[in-house]
Design a protein around this ligand. Structure first.
Ligand SMILES: Cc1ncc(C[n+]2csc(CCOP(=O)(O)OP(=O)(O)O)c2C)c(N)n1
Ligand SMILES: [Mg+2]
Length: 347
């Protein structure tokens, strides 16, 4: 029987899925490099926190956003930022604390912002992102802009009073906020059931008068489709929404944490639900281990492209100097008055 050639729509759909797959592979490759650099003496300052295993949440949600939308991220930020289009080289340089980093080496991995891509800030104070997102969404509405603010937070953060207050206020004022809970089964070394009396955090949405949805956070297509629906609600002036993505933190809390407290069988079960393998499988792309052929080569090519981007990022960061001590206080605070102050004629 003669094979039918794919319709342009099918080809377009496949290209869109391949783009999602590449973004997830880039995040994985970038963070695996961060993880290995963190094990070398003197390479990376500070604590390194990765989202390995959670890439579908970052990629699915961020793909649903528009450039005008604002992102507020948390301590597990690399995936959100790469998905949003942050330059991997500038990101790696920032993680290494170098002068050519995204924030001139002053934030390191835990406090990054990327104004060019509307990533307002990273808050590593657990539960502090949602109230800041409410402020950003208030500004968007006050200026009559078309944007929505999307805030990522963890299942542990959902237990903080500040998250309750943020959801309540956003709902009362009908602000355009998409609250995205990355329910990754852990908060530090505490399992979900040890800090949360209910299975699904999205069940709380109804009590704030907002829609809430729970999705398989390792299924990037479902994450994207559900985020698009909830963002539509936020854009239409009906107020906030809550998206809970069920996923798993495949590494320890940070790269210093060997996660001895994690049941190996649980880890293996979640490894079998890997978001990258899932989409690659759906696209009919074989993994290298299983032979390859033309389709396997496709996956290999994506991995190769990501590895080259990460190699370039590391080389760029390595070549960048540390910021000079003389500029330690520059670009840290906004000058509230005088030249350069917000609204000033002179700057
Ligand atoms: C207010 C506050 N309390 C405690 C911490 C220390 N801390 C950092 S991350 C974390 C766990 C957060 O868990 P969760 O919100 O589920 O996010 P995940 O790390 O799983 O992505 C804790 C307790 C902190 N940074 N801020
Ligand atoms: Mg968590």
């Amino acid at each position: 029987m003669q094979q039918q050639s794919p319709s342009p729509q099918d080809t377009e759909q496949r290209a869109a899925l391949l783009a999602l797959l590449y973004d997830m592979i880039l995040i994985r490759t970038f963070e695996e490099r961060v993880s290995s650099l963190a094990r070398e003496q003197g390479r990376l300052p500070g604590m390194q926190i990765t989202c390995i295993g959670q890439e579908a949440v970052a990629v699915g949600v961020v793909r649903a956003l528009r450039p005008v939308d604002v992102v507020v991220t948390n301590h597990r930020s690399h995936g959100h930022m790469l998905a949003r289009g942050s330059d991997p080289a500038a990101l790696m340089a920032e993680i290494m604390g170098r002068a050519d980093g995204l924030n001139r080496g002053k934030s390191g991995t835990l406090h990054m912002a990327d104004p060019k891509n509307n990533v307002l800030m990273t808050s590593t104070v657990v539960g502090a992102g949602p109230p800041l997102a409410v402020g950003a969404a208030f500004a968007q509405r006050y200026r009559r802009g078309p944007g929505v603010t999307c805030v990522f937070f963890g299942d542990g953060a959902a237990a903080e009073g500040s998250v309750h207050e943020a959801m309540n206020l956003a709902a009362v004022w009908k602000l355009p906020v998409l609250f995205v809970c990355e329910s990754n089964c852990w908060a530090g070394a505490q399992a979900h059931q040890e800090h949360c009396p209910i299975g699904e955090i999205a069940a709380r949405a109804g009590s704030y008068g907002m829609p809430g949805e729970v999705v398989n956070g390792n299924d990037v297509e479902r994450v994207l489709e559900t985020a698009l629906g909830l963002l539509e609600h936020c854009r239409s002036g009906q107020g906030p929404a809550l998206l809970e993505c069920l996923t798993y933190r495949m590494h320890g809390h940070g790269e210093h944490d060997p996660q001895h407290y994690v049941d190996k069988a649980e880890l293996a079960a979640w490894a079998g639900r890997d978001p990258i393998a899932r989409l690659a499988g759906a696209l009919g792309l074989a993994d290298e281990a299983s032979g390859g052929g033309e389709a396997g080569g496709g996956l290999r090519a994506l991995r190769q492209r990501a590895a080259e981007a990460v190699d370039r990022a590391v080389a760029f960061a390595d070549a960048s100097p540390y910021p000079s001590p003389e500029e330690a206080l520059e670009h840290v605070y906004v000058n509230p008055i005088g030249p350069g102050a917000p609204g000033s004629q002179e700057g």
